[in-house]
Design a protein around this ligand. Structure first.
Ligand SMILES: [Zn+2]
Length: 518
């Protein structure tokens, strides 16, 4: 019987399914048939595999070869199945002397010369292989670093089909220690963008620290040139390094991305920062594309920061998908072939001008916008999206005298100092929220919040009065409580007091979006 099988992984989103690759060699007329729902790039595998085997001086019988990829119902994309197909065909022709095909997963694209080329998505594939109980993964050498981020599975890199064959013919292939490198340590690179560069905007700096500590989404409103972008770029430095679990998830998203795939070679330990232009389409934010769906910017910003400069200028569909991603923390891309899911837990920073001409907050310039135009402008960001933004900060430009006074100050808070405060505050929050499944104040649902936050009756008096008078909504009330708890954590105090609430009210800003520019 000329039958053999090997294993590969089919990815959809970040989840992988084990695919059994069976090869049968029969005495019919010579040919190569691939069955089991392959997409266009996978159907071309037969040509690549045939040429690669011949050019590697390995034997390919002049008989009929049938390769079946099962389960047939699972959609399969791309060229990463080539290696598994070639190995199963070779084994069907002539069994390997020390075959480990049954415990091994093969990932890699073949060149016509028999070389094994790098593919996208190796990290999530190896994760799926480990989950399925595989002990060994044979991957392209170029992807070995990435594969070795996964613990508890042996990974061997191969540069050619012949090397892969040698592994299955060697007496003890797993002890192939020359191939096994140490997993790459993720590097925490300090950015040269420090919050100490922000001159004369102490309230803005404080708000950023609060936003970072509690995971609160934030909106900057200010005239052009006031430094909104500069502040946003410095925000990501305030966030602590990613936990190992989050780092692997973020690296996996990069690994599968067609645009950023090559970056996935090292573990990403710093939170990512994505700043799409306001002309960005909904698809580029959410992901998609033909064939294997590729993650969009909201997923590339997973566990990091998504910054929308000139947020009201974004197209409505783009803002709409953003809202959905914020609500669910993930992106779901439906295809005829199946549903791809990508994580999308990001912190949102928005920047907006106060009005279309940008001068509404500038005492030295004259705003030429009509009230109706202003209204239309702020309404673009209205409703459900803004509901999720806890901090709304108006940034005033500083005048020349202030700038001169502030310029030479040397005791400004640095990013490193601020990050230490953020880390400490996050630890306190995580301790208090232990067992809830949440770790950041901003994420906590309202019902849980009242039970978990340590509020005194006295502290909320200010808010209670405002609520009774109708000057604050219930949602605004909860938002203030979340912010106050974060401020309290930053002060390293155990109970929220009135001063925390008062500072929270100041950070929350105007509740009514139509009053943004007022
Ligand atoms: Zn204006």
């Amino acid at each position: 019987m000329n039958l053999a099988k090997s294993f590969a992984i089919s990815l959809l989103g970040l989840s992988g399914t084990v695919i059994e690759v069976e090869a049968d060699i029969s005495s019919n007329l010579p040919g190569f048939v691939l069955v089991g729902l392959p997409d266009a790039s996978l159907s071309e595998a037969s040509a690549r595999v045939r040429a690669a085997i011949t050019n590697s001086k390995l034997q390919l019988p002049a008989r009929k070869i049938t390769v079946n990829l099962s389960p047939a119902a699972v959609p399969k994309f791309g060229s990463s199945f080539d290696l598994a197909i070639a190995m199963s065909v070779l084994a069907a022709n002539k069994p390997f002397s020390n075959s480990r095909l049954d415990v091994c997963i093969h990932i890699g694209e073949l060149g016509l010369d028999g070389s094994v080329r790098a593919v996208n998505g190796v990290l999530p594939s190896v994760l799926a292989a480990r989950e399925a109980g595989f002990k060994l993964a044979i991957v392209p050498t170029a992807n070995l670093h990435e594969a070795r981020l996964v613990s508890n599975i042996d990974c061997i890199g191969v540069g050619s089909l012949q090397e892969a064959v040698r592994i299955h013919n060697a007496p003890d292939s797993v002890g192939n220690s020359a191939q096994i490198a140490e997993p790459p340590a993720g590097q925490s690179v300090e950015s040269d963008k420090d919050i100490a560069d922000i001159v004369g905007q102490d309230l803005a700096v404080e708000s950023m620290v609060v936003a970072a500590a509690g995971g609160h989404h934030m909106l900057f409103i200010g005239s052009p040139g006031v430094g909104k972008t500069m502040m946003a770029e410095r925000f990501v430095g305030l966030l602590p390094d990613l936990s190992l679990e989050n780092a692997i998830e973020t690296t996996a998203v990069y690994s599968i991305s067609r645009n950023r795939g090559s970056i996935g070679a090292n573990l990403i330990v710093r939170p990512p920062f994505e700043a799409p232009h306001h002309t960005a389409s909904a698809i580029s934010l959410i992901g998609g594309g033909s064939g294997l769906p590729s993650p969009g910017l909201v997923s590339l910003a997973n566990h990091g920061v998504l910054f929308l400069d000139e947020a009201p200028e974004f197209q409505q569909p783009a803002l709409e998908v953003l809202r959905q991603a914020l609500e669910s923390g993930q992106v779901v891309i439906s295809r005829a072939a199946g549903v791809a899911r990508f994580p999308a837990q990001f912190q949102l920073l928005l920047a907006a001008n106060p009005c279309p001409c940008g001068n509404a907050l500038n005492p030295k310039a004259h705003c030429v916008c009509t009230p109706a135009a202003r209204q239309r402008y702020v309404n673009r960001l209205s409703g459900p999206l803004l509901d999720r933004v806890d901090i709304r900060l108006q940034i005033q430009s500083i005048n020349a005298t202030q700038a001169l006074l502030e310029k030479d100050k040397t005791d400004r808070l640095t990013t490193t100092e601020a990050r230490m405060r953020v880390v400490k505050a996050r630890e306190l929050a995580a301790e208090r929220l232990a067992g809830t499944g949440y770790s950041l104040n901003a994420h906590l649902p309202s019902a849980l919040m009242r039970r978990r936050f340590s509020l005194s009756k006295q502290s909320t008096r200010l808010l209670d009065v405002a609520l009774r008078r109708g000057s604050i909504s219930m949602r605004g009330y909860d938002r203030c409580l979340r912010l106050a708890q974060t401020i309290c954590d930053l002060d390293e105090l155990s109970v929220v007091d009135e001063s925390h609430i008062a500072r929270a009210v100041a950070l929350r800003g105007s509740e009514n979006s139509t009053r943004l520019a007022a």
